[in-house]
Design a protein around this ligand. Structure first.
Ligand SMILES: [Zn+2]
Ligand SMILES: [Zn+2]
Length: 648
């Protein structure tokens, strides 16, 4: 008999040779019907693999990431089978699962796959799938494997690198592929499949090698799931921040200025300014002091901080002065500068914590292929701050930073998030800098602060940086995509490297603890995420223009100007569309610009001292006619709903 431990901690005994699927059936037939893959002692196994030792078994369904991976990878086998049937003589290489699907890299030789073929391939994949063919893994000798693939240089290369006795083939229907496993029980559960695209890909990712064709696909256990997924992709395309940034005239890129260096247009700059003011105001209340540091720093500064050793060779190279031979680096991080600000004078424990904040622009080299809109750039501004405190103040400081982050999320409409706490590896503690006592203190501080604030937390052991534990906020956007926003990082390393001290109550010098934190992360990335999350419909308090006055005809210009003045008195940001266009055209353009309120003014409104209001995106709902005072009250109320007052 062997002992199988299940994820809930329960231990069950089975005869040696029991398969994961049999274990699933012993739990319940209904559950077993949903099980599509498994892992045993941390290694992926087939649901039919006989288990012969004690161990922990995890059974996966479609709802688990690992279940999806097995599902998608298995579909890549069926697709490869179809490709081989349709294009005889092609050479198959690798077909792994990836996020949201799978791909197969194929050397199509003289054949060419085009979009016109996709439908035929998809139909054939589903036709084969309906045959409910089992995926069966079998061991083969190296010699046999090489024999089968003697005409395929890629598989031959892969097999050559494998050890004899570890090689397996996977059979289903009439098809065989070299594979080490991780499959669903049979093809029958593949109910929907789509080829997403084809692209060039070098064998082994090396451009010296032959270029292969990468066929991307995805598949689902229900047609409905595929339909929903495709709709989500469409919506993501519609919300792409690069597209919205252009349409809303927020930012641009210029090849002349340089790739990865965003240019902020007036509306985008105003948006950034508003976000900065919003955070500055809250930070002031929370006891932060603003500092300003230069965009470059002496190379030695980064040698001291350790950044040069780590990134120097792979980043922008030093700038030299023409006569003195000094070397400067574009600032990749603000922290070293802030350490030197701390070092300007001696501190006593009574002065701490010191909280230095800066919207600091930093420059980091990214390969041109890695650049993406505002999310991967070469120059960006962090909403950075560094807190220098005593170890005993960590707990309190952590809670305060969490409060600030939650205030930011709440005011910007991010409601769905979790907190990931990264702690030391339990076994391997030598690789971390700082005393065990301090680490214990910091880890407890993070855990208790997160619990105190009622955060939904996940603890990851071994994920801490060598210099300190951290807390990351993982935010889900409106499309269910996960983003990392708002990191709080404890650091024992930089205070050491910069020899930071304070005088304790014992009159001795001690090391302060440093906390790095950035609720937005960077202005660029944050605005990109916010654009995609809100589809450009920012919270009203942040909107570049909250209202647009649309005059019915040229005669209404004077009244329109009067309305604008009155709105300005109420601190409502508005503008006038006085163009000689029809009201229909003006409304359509305002809708495109996503202005929240359209205020239509004509003779009737002028006579009664009113405005006729239409809300963005509420076509056909009819306008309401009210006074400016009433409108100001509506705006005020809506702003108060999202933008709360930050209190400490
Ligand atoms: Zn496989
Ligand atoms: Zn920092």
């Amino acid at each position: 008999m062997i002992k199988i431990t299940l994820p809930d901690g329960s231990v069950k005994e089975f005869a040696s040779g029991v398969t994961p699927m049999e274990v699933a059936k012993s739990i319940s037939e209904g559950f077993a019907r949903n099980v599509i893959s498994a892992s045993f002692n941390g290694t992926t196994v087939e649901t039919t693999t006989p288990l012969t030792t004690d161990g922990s078994l995890i059974l996966y369904t479609w709802n688990d990431e690992d279940g999806k991976k097995a599902f998608w990878h298995s579909t890549s086998h069926v697709m490869a089978q179809v490709l081989e049937q349709m294009y005889p003589g092609i050479k198959l290489t690798l077909g792994p699962a990836i996020a949201n699907g799978f791909y197969y890299d194929v050397d199509f030789e003289e054949h060419k796959i085009t979009e016109a073929d996709f439908k035929k391939i998809e139909d054939r994949v589903l036709e084969i799938s309906r045959g409910k063919h089992e995926f069966k893994l079998r061991p083969v000798s190296k010699a046999d494997a090489l024999e089968l693939y003697k005409d395929n240089v890629y598989k031959t290369e892969m097999i050559t690198n494998l050890e004899d006795g570890t090689i397996t083939f996977c059979d289903h229907d009439t098809f065989t592929d070299l594979c080490r496993g991780g499959h669903i029980p049979n093809t029958g559960i593949i109910k929907a499949m789509k080829i997403m695209s084809v692209a060039g890909a070098y064998w082994r990712g090396d451009e010296k090698n032959k270029q292969l064709t990468r066929v991307y696909g995805t598949s689902f256990p229900k047609q409905k799931d595929l339909t929903e997924y495709l709709a989500l992709l469409e919506e993501a395309k519609r919300r792409d921040h690069r597209k919205l940034g252009k349409e809303l005239e927020l930012f641009a890129f210029s090849q002349k200025v340089g790739q990865g260096l965003p240019l902020w247009l007036p509306k985008g700059a105003a948006l950034r300014e508003r976000l900065e003011q919003f955070l500055k105001k809250a930070q002031k209340k929370a006891g932060y002091e603003q500092v300003v540091t230069p965009h470059i720093g002496h190379k030695e500064l980064y040698v001291t901080s350790g950044h040069y050793a780590k990134y120097g060779a792979d980043s922008f190279q030093p700038i030299s002065t023409p006569h003195e031979g000094e070397e400067f680096l574009l600032k990749p991080m603000n922290c070293p500068h802030h350490c030197e600000i701390y070092n300007v004078r001696p501190w006593s424990y009574k002065d701490l914590p010191k909280r230095y904040a800066e919207f600091g622009t930093v420059y980091r080299y990214e390969q041109s292929g890695e650049l993406h809109g505002l999310t991967r750039v070469r120059g960006f501004t962090q909403d950075d701050a560094h807190i220098f405190c005593t170890p005993d103040q960590l707990d309190e400081e952590f809670k305060k930073v969490i409060d600030l982050v939650l205030y930011v999320f709440g005011s910007l409409g991010f409601e769905n998030f979790t907190a990931q706490i990264s702690l030391r590896d339990k076994e391997n503690r030598e690789k971390y800098i700082g005393s065990d006592e301090n680490w214990q203190k910091a880890e407890n501080a993070i855990i208790s602060a997160a619990a105190d604030k009622g955060l939904n937390t996940v603890i990851e052991y071994g994920e801490a940086a060598f210099y300190g534990p951290k807390l990351d906020f993982m935010v889900k956007d409106a499309l269910g995509r996960q983003w990392q926003l708002g990191t709080i990082q404890v650091d024992y390393n930089l205070p050491e490297r910069f020899d930071l001290t304070y005088k304790g109550s014992d009159n001795e010098l001690h090391r302060p603890v440093m906390i790095h934190r950035a609720p937005f992360g960077s202005m660029e990335r944050f605005i990109a995420i916010l654009l995609e999350h809100t589809a450009g419909n920012f919270p009203l308090w942040l909107m570049p223009e909250q209202a647009i006055i649309l005059s019915l005809s040229e005669k209404d210009e004077i009244y329109a100007t009067k309305v604008l003045d009155l709105l300005e008195n109420h601190e409502i940001r508005a503008l006038i569309d006085n163009r000689n266009e029809t009201i229909g055209k003006k409304i359509r353009d305002a809708e495109m610009q996503k202005v929240p309120f359209m205020l239509i003014v004509g003779e009737e409104e002028e006579k009664n001292g009113t405005i006729s209001i239409r809300r963005h995106g509420q076509e056909g709902k009819g306008n309401i006619t009210i006074t400016i005072e009433e409108f100001a009250a509506i705006v005020d109320e809506e702003i108060k709903k999202t933008l709360k007052v930050f209190t400490v």
